[in-house]
Design a protein around this ligand. Structure first.
Ligand SMILES: Nc1nc2c(ncn2[C@@H]2O[C@H](COP(=O)(O)OP(=O)(O)OP(=O)(O)O)[C@@H](O)[C@H]2O)c(=O)[nH]1
Ligand SMILES: [Mg+2]
Length: 322
């Protein structure tokens, strides 16, 4: 495929067009993914997550500048939750990252989560792979932490930065949101805020309760808008990558990433088939009706459906409803 060849040579236009194919779930996607698979695994994939408005985009912008000073090729994916509350985020990111738009060494792409409830869309995973195959040294993936997306980001990146700021809540809320399980590096941004110090100390105190492990999660204070603490943060990011490589954790994470990727792909395909079958009102329709009418509970319906060999084969093979 010509587009893939051009992308592998590093042409950003081809890369952008391939991401669009992925976003539109083109029938060419499996072929594209197969062609790029020998070229994967070189980029350091970094996830940046945290509540809305904590300063993720500003940090991404500043980190990208430091990486460019080292002449690294940077790919940025900003996942916009397409919510009415953050509808302006994409435009905001454009303005914030304007300085990079003229730099061919930085590739920026915003993606909408579309229908997927919270979380990273399946297509974001494919876009990350395309950036990797296109020869980016670093891939920065920004997602707003709204439930599932934090876990998703761990399944798709090597280093996860969790961004907090004094306005985003206290350390207990952070813990309840499950962010301590996924963070490789904590960032307390908006350190110019008077309550930042306390948040930082609380997070540190909670981290001390953890079992010792191969990596001590650092907490870095930053003022993204004022360019304060960005060097320290980048040093921690580089250190994490070095330790990942030296301890063999990177290959373990990559194994997990491929495993999740496979399971998610199967899940995605099955869901797609299921929804299509329901739409076409095949034999599945009968179960849907019973569930809708409250005659059968969803669990029993699912059990019965999965026990019925014929029905399942019909459904999976998508034979016309009999
Ligand atoms: N006071 C202060 N404001 C900051 C700092 N960093 C970012 N901001 C401001 O916080 C606001 C949100 O910053 P963004 O970088 O858009 O935050 P975000 O986390 O990407 O936001 P979403 O993508 O909408 O979730 C902007 O108005 C920034 O200028 C900081 O260190 N101190
Ligand atoms: Mg943002």
């Amino acid at each position: 495929m010509k587009l893939v060849e051009q992308m592998l040579r590093g042409e950003n236009l081809a890369l952008a067009r391939l991401i669009s194919l992925v976003e539109n779930e083109s029938s060419e996607v499996p072929e594209i993914m197969k062609l790029i698979s020998p070229h994967l695994g070189k980029a350091h994939r970094i996830g940046i997550t945290g509540p809305p408005g904590t300063g993720k985009s500003t940090l991404v912008d500043k980190l990208a500048s430091l990486m460019r000073k080292q002449d690294l090729k940077v790919g940025i994916i900003a996942v916009d939750p397409s919510s009415p509350f953050t509808g302006g985020a994409v435009l905001g990111d454009r303005i914030r990252m304007q300085q990079h738009y003229l730099d061919a060494g930085v590739f920026i792409r915003s993606m909408a989560t579309r229908g997927s409830v919270g979380g990273l869309p399946q297509t974001a995973g494919s876009a990350i792979k395309l950036l990797d195959a296109a020869g980016k040294d670093i891939i920065l993936v920004e997602t707003v932490g709204v439930g599932q997306s934090e876990v998703d980001i761990m399944e798709k990146t090597d280093t996860v930065l969790v961004i907090q700021c004094p306005e985003s809540g206290d350390a207990i809320q952070t813990m309840k949101a499950g962010l301590f399980e996924i963070a490789d590096i904590f960032v307390v941004n908006k350190a110019d805020h008077p309550d930042a110090d306390r948040l930082l100390r609380d997070i540190q105190a909670m981290l001390r309760l953890r079992e010792p492990s191969w990596w001590d999660i650092p907490v870095v204070a930053t003022e993204a808008v004022n360019d304060v603490g960005i060097n320290e943060l980048y040093e921690q990011v580089q250190l994490h990558h070095r330790v990942l490589c030296e301890t063999g954790q990177l290959s373990q994470r990559r194994q997990l990433q491929r495993r999740f990727d496979f399971i998610k792909t199967v899940e995605h395909k099955l869901t797609h088939k299921l929804l299509k079958s329901i739409e076409q009102d095949g034999q599945l329709g009968r179960y849907i009706e019973m569930v809708e009418m409250g005659e059968l509970d969803p669990y029993s319906a699912a059990d019965e459906l999965l026990k019925s060999g014929n029905l399942l084969t019909d459904w999976l093979c998508q034979r016309p409803p009999g």
